[in-house]
Structure formats: structure tokens, C-alpha cells
Design a protein around this ligand. Sequence first.
Ligand code: NDP
Length: 387
Amino acid sequence: MSAPRTISVLGATGSIGASTLDLVRRNPQAFRVVALTANRQARELAVLAREFAADVAVVADEACLPELRAALAGSGIEAAGGAQALVEAAGRGADITVAAIVGCAGLAPTMAAIEQGRIIALANKEALVSAGEVMTAAVARSGATLLPVDSEHNAIFQCLQGNDPAHVRWITLTASGGPFRDWDMARLHAATPAEAVKHPNWSMGAKISVDSATMMNKGLEFIEAFHLFPVGVERLRIIVHPQSIVHSMVEYRDGSTLAQLGPSDMRVPIASALAWPARMDTPCEPLDLAAIGELTFRQPDELRFPATRLAREAAIAGGAAPGVLNAANEIAVAAFLDGQIAFTRIVQCAEEVLARGLPPPPTSLDEVIAVDREARVRARETMEPAR
Ligand code: NDP
């Protein structure tokens, strides 16, 4: 890479944010940081903003702004707080915006970045799942480039390069199966938050770790793939691959299957997006297949893990269904992490909210946000104990 690219990281204090900034730290000549954002971790954000000499640091929770201001005093770095400030910072037109806020909370800032027509490195799958066509239409309108950071979608993106999607027979998303892949229903029912966030292969934030344990992460990724790679829902499938080395595959009509392999380290797909269309170094160990020895694959079990079935049905239903599924899941995961509901209730809650009927398909950002808000209310109701 030659001239420095400007970069903003939405969700800078999270797991993807840390991996992104680690790559930026190792390549100081390649990037100049514009905006860094967090929700409430003001002090941690200020440390990062100072280290990377950001133009602006934003906390989404306005109550944390005084703490951010104090921590940035004398630095010359702008401090801001609140939802509107987040959107404004995301819309500053950085060459690359890494969308790494967790949940639908990242939707409005991601859309603001898309409107700038630059590169969006998208980790925040919930935003695309909720907004679907509203987001892909905004990408088409603004001329933005949406580069997937999710390891599976990044793999598929790479396997599709130089090929016509019309020749695709299958896109196969691999799934580790999560920490509970071999557990029976009784054990699943009693699974604790501490057990659910301990992923065997990946180190990630709490919400996506729980999603991996329920397989809802793969369900959301199925819907994400449906939007990113429009080959039709019938050409998308999921396979369990416990080693998380093959990150996904594309099979073509002639029988050729292209796969992308790599270590289970998010810096690999993030680097692929940050340097795109070139390549950059990462500190990851080279892949040692002889040491790994075996790569295994098996069919997902949708009886123990119904989330992928639910997501596939939501993708087929379209309209508001994926957004309702996502919102209900976010509420249920938070309730599980809070000790309010059993692990197996998470996906049940989402299914119950979907079964209560769907609002009309959203056609604008405001309507997507309204669908999300209403589904959250319904999800909270399903979690209230029966009277
Ligand atoms: P983390 O929980 O580690 O980090 C989330 C980030 O978002 C933090 O910076 C957090 O700020 C910020 N944030 C949280 N809530 C809000 C809010 N309401 N408004 C604004 N900012 C908020 O999550 P991850 O890094 O694990 O995941 C981020 C996204 O990337 C998710 O969508 C996930 O599905 C996706 N992803 C993650 C992968 C991973 O390996 N971690 C892999 C593939 C995709 P604060 O620190 O102040 O709370």
C-alpha cells in the first residue's frame, strides 16, 4: 500500500475493533485514523484515540461523554457523545470504515458510512440482517464497496473473485458448531453463560459467542450471505467443520470447489478487507496443515440447534422477518447472559416472536428501526413469566 488510507473504526473497543487496531498499529504508514467509537468504555476509547491520534472519539452513551472529555483533555482530539454524534462521525467519509459495533445498534452509523460511497468493512452482521434490501439498495445508490469481514463471508468473497456468480452451484458456510456441538438437550438446557462464551476456536465478544453456541450466528450469517451473494437461498448451505480452518467454500457447475483456509484469527479476514484489493502482512502463524492433521465435516443437527432452520425460514419469508428474528435474538441473548432465561429458551423466544406475526416489509432506515424496536418489545413480553 502506498498513500495512507483514512480509516474509522465503529466499535473500536470491542474484539473486532482490537484486531483491526492491532493491524493499524503494525502498519502506521498505511493508515490515518479519523473516528473511533465505543458505547460506554470511555476511558479505553480515549487511550486508543490518543495512541492513534484520531480526529474524533465518540461514545454512543451520552452519559459517558464527560468521562471521555476528561480523558481526552489537552489532546486536541474532539470528543462527542450520543446516537447522532455516532452517525455524524461515521459519515466523515474515511476511505475505509470498519463497522464493528455489536447488534442492530450499529445500523444507523453503518448506513451513514455507506452514504459516503467509500469502503465499508462489515463485521456488524446484525445491521445487514435487519436492514437487508434497505442496506443493499443504499450500497448500490451510493456506490460504496461492502467488503465482508465475517470470516465465512470474507472467504466466499475471495472464492468468488474472477468468477461469474451465475456458475455457482453451492455456497457452503462452515460452522465450528460452537462449544456445545456435542451436548445433548438436557445439558444444553442447563448451559451457563460462562460456558457459552468459551468458544473452542475463536476469541470474540460475548454476544457473538452466545450466538455461536446456539448456532444463531450461523443463521444470521446465512441471511448475511443471502444479501451479499445473490445466488438464491436454495444455493446456500451450512456444514459443521469443528476445526474452523476452512472458512467457507464455493462450488461451481463444473464440480470445482474453491475454499479459503486460514488460522482462526480475525486479523486474517480483517487484513484482507483493509488492504483490498491488495494484500498486507498479519502476525498470524502460517497454516500448518500437517500439525492440524485432520479436517472433518458433518451435517448440522437442526433438532438440537434449530436456529439455522429459523434463519433460513426468515430469509425465505423476507420483509421484516430477518429483522424481527435478529431483534428477538438480541433481547433473548442479553436475558440469557443476565441469568434470566435458560440457554434453550433463546431460540424458542425468537421463534415465538416470529410466530406472533410480522409488520409490513420495511422500506427505509426509519422503518427498519421501527421493526427492530417493536420486535424488542415483543421479545421482552415473551420472556415475562406466565401469570
Ligand atoms: P464486542 O462486544 O467485543 O464489541 C462491541 C463494540 O461495539 C464495542 O466497541 C462496544 O463498545 C460497541 N457497542 C456495543 N453496544 C453499542 C451501542 N449500543 N452503540 C454503539 N456501540 C456499541 O463485539 P465483537 O467485536 O465480538 O463483535 C462486533 C461485531 O462483529 C458483531 O456484529 C459480531 O457479530 C461481528 N463479528 C465478530 C467476530 C469476532 O470474532 N468477534 C467475528 C465475526 C463477526 P463498549 O466497549 O463501550 O461496550
